[in-house]
Ligand binder design. Sequence first.
Ligand code: FAD
Length: 270
Amino acid sequence: MRIHLVYAHPEPRSLNGSLKDFVVDRLRGAGHEVTISDLYAMRWKASLDAEDFPARDRRDRLDIGCVSRDAYASGTQTADVAEEQRRLLAADVLLLQFPLWWFHMPAILKGWVDRVFAYGFAYGVGEHSDRRWGDRYGDGTFKGKRAMLIVTAGGWAPHYSERGVNGRMEDLLFPIHHGILYYPGFAVLPPFVSYRTGKMDAARYRQTLADLGERLDTLGATAPIPYRAQNDGDYVMPSLVLEPGLSPGRSGLDIHLDGVSESRAAYKDT
Ligand code: FAD
C-alpha cells in the first residue's frame, strides 16, 4: 500500500521521534511505499490566511471559503498545499502522528488540516440540495482510503476511560476522527494511543513497539470505527438529525456509531 505519514513533533530525539522512525521502518520493511510530512522539519506554515491565496483580488474582503474554492479550482493554491493534496490523493492510508497537547493535536498539525483540506477538495464536495447535503460523512474525496491516529499522552489510560476525569479518549478524538477524517470520506481505524508517556522505560517501550507494530501490520484488515453514513438514510433531511428510530431516546457522540460495543473495545490500555 501507499502510506502517507503526517508527523508533528519538534524534537527528533523525542519519544514521538523514535516511534516515527519505527513506523517508517516497519512499513517499508513490509513492502509499503511510505511518504512523510515532518511538519516541524518542513517549517510548515500553520496559519490559514491571506498569503495562501496569492491570485485573489486584494481589494476584496477575505472570504476564506470563497477564495479557497477559487484557488483550488483554478490551480492557484500555494505549492506546499498542492503538494500535500497530491500526496493525500496518492495514498491508500493516511497516518497522523502527534503528542496530545491540550487534549488535541498540536497547532501545526491543525494548521496543516486548515490549509490542505480546501473547499472543493475536502469540503464543499458533491451535490448540495434539498435531497443531498454534499459528499461527506462516508462519502467524499477520500472514500476508499483509510486513516489512523498515532497519539502519545502524558495522562494515564484510566484518566481517559468511561468515567475518567479527562473524558473518554474516543470523545476527545471525535472531532478529529469524525469531523476531520470521516467527513471527507476516510474510513477511520481505531487509534493507537500510548498513555503515561512520562513513565516510559525500556520494557514499556518494547511493549509499545510490539503493540504498534501489530497495528501497522494489520492496517489493511482492521475494522474501521463504524460511523453512520450521512447519505444512507440514517439522518433526516434537511435537519440531518438522526432518525428517531435509531438509538431511541439517546443523545451524545455514540449515537453516530452503528455498533457501540465493538468500537469501545478498541480503546484498550496500551
Ligand atoms: P518525550 O518527552 O520525548 O519522552 C517521554 C518519555 O519517553 C521520556 O521519559 C523519555 O525518556 C522516554 N523515551 C523517549 N524515547 C524513548 C525511547 N526510544 N526508548 C525508551 N524511552 C524513550 N498529556 C495529556 O495526557 N493530555 C494533554 O492534554 C496534554 N497536553 C499537553 C500540552 C503540552 C503543551 C505539552 C508540552 C504536553 C502535554 N501533555 C498532555 C503531555 C504530552 O502528551 C506528552 O508529553 C507527550 O505525549 C510525550 O511525547 P514526547 O514524544 O514529547 O515524549
